[in-house]
Design a protein around this ligand. Structure first.
Ligand code: ATR
Length: 292
């Protein structure tokens, strides 16, 4: 790999969040930039919520080429931009800002990332008609949007610890209540999961430092005809994925979604499709390093 050469022409990319020290985005993006020999550098900016407006004004003044946006700014940043993509508008959150001809355009690449991961990592060219989606936070919202864009998805069971949040999300994205049925995480009775061809965990359950936790009270509902995707990638094999593998299901870890949402942002900024495997490997290596 070429050594990083920063000159007066090098364009700057980055991620804003708070806290941001543990992000794997700089590792992923710089690995892809170096692999392609593109004259950009990607860094991380810790931005407290009370100075978000100043940070975005700084992006304009310093002519940063693009930013990723992470917790807690994905919603708050929307009002500070000049334009939103249809996805960002519908999802109600921005994770990528494209600085183009003096205008800041907000995108959301999370739905694309998960759909690409299901297609390429999970082998699902078309999605199964019945899907179970666990969670009702920001990640679940982007994933639900992606699922509802696909006409072959007939029914989504949207299950969350706090059922009111699942109901609010279902109403927001499926106002006629035709395809999304909200419920609680304990609603495993009946054939709900038995019928689902795809199960996605979009909760934080099972994430370090609680790797012994699973969102499923009873793994017996996992079956061979199912693809199981866990957006948690630390640990890479969560308890849910281990149970799913043991039940004969096809498993997809969360690193694919992470790399593919990043790859989409990279392509928006540079106009070049990055090597996703390089990004995935860089994120994996970053995960292996002890946090400081
Ligand atoms: P993100 O942007 O990653 O989706 P979030 O918006 O904070 O983060 O959402 C976190 C999700 O994980 C929510 O669905 C949350 O459930 P609640 O809506 O009931 O809070 C879920 N979650 C987090 N920790 C959980 C736990 N220990 N048990 C059950 N659900 C949990």
């Amino acid at each position: 790999m070429r050594p990083l050469q920063i000159s007066g022409k090098t364009r700057v990319l980055g991620v804003i969040g708070h806290p941001v020290e543990h992000t794997s985005s700089p590792a992923m993006h710089n690995a892809a930039l170096q692999a392609l020999g593109l004259d950009y550098v990607y860094t991380a900016f810790g931005v407290r919520p009370e100075v978000l407006g100043q940070a975005i004004a700084g992006m304009r003044a310093l002519q940063l080429r693009g930013l990723n946006v992470t917790v807690p700014h994905k919603v708050g940043v929307m009002a500070l931009l000049d334009e939103l993509s249809p996805e960002a508008q519908a999802i109600g959150a921005v994770n990528t800002i494209d600085h183009r001809q003096g205008r800041l355009i907000g995108h959301n690449t999370d739905a694309f990332g998960v759909m690409e991961s299901l297609r390429l990592d999970g082998g699902l060219e078309t999605l199964p008609p019945r899907v179970a989606l666990l969670g009702a936070g920001g990640a679940a919202r982007a994933i639900l949007y992606g699922l509802l864009q696909r006409p072959e998805v007939e029914h989504v069971a949207l299950l969350n610890r706090t059922p009111e949040k699942a109901t609010t999300l279902a109403v927001a994205l499926d106002p006629e209540a035709r395809r999304v049925r909200p419920g609680t995480l304990d609603e495993w009775a009946g054939d709900l999961l038995g019928q689902a061809g795809l199960l996605i965990n979009a909760t934080a359950i099972g994430m370090y430092p609680h790797p012994q936790a699973s969102p499923l009270p009873d793994p017996a509902c996992l079956h061979t005809g199912m693809v199981v995707l866990d957006i948690v990638y630390n640990p890479l094999e969560t308890l849910l994925l281990r149970q799913a593998r043991q039940a004969g299901a096809r498993v997809v870890d969360g690193l694919g979604m992470l790399a593919r949402q990043g790859a989409r942002a990279f392509a928006i900024w540079t106009g070049v499709e990055p090597p996703v495997e390089v990004m995935r490997a860089a994120a994996l290596e970053r995960l292996g390093k002890p946090s400081i």
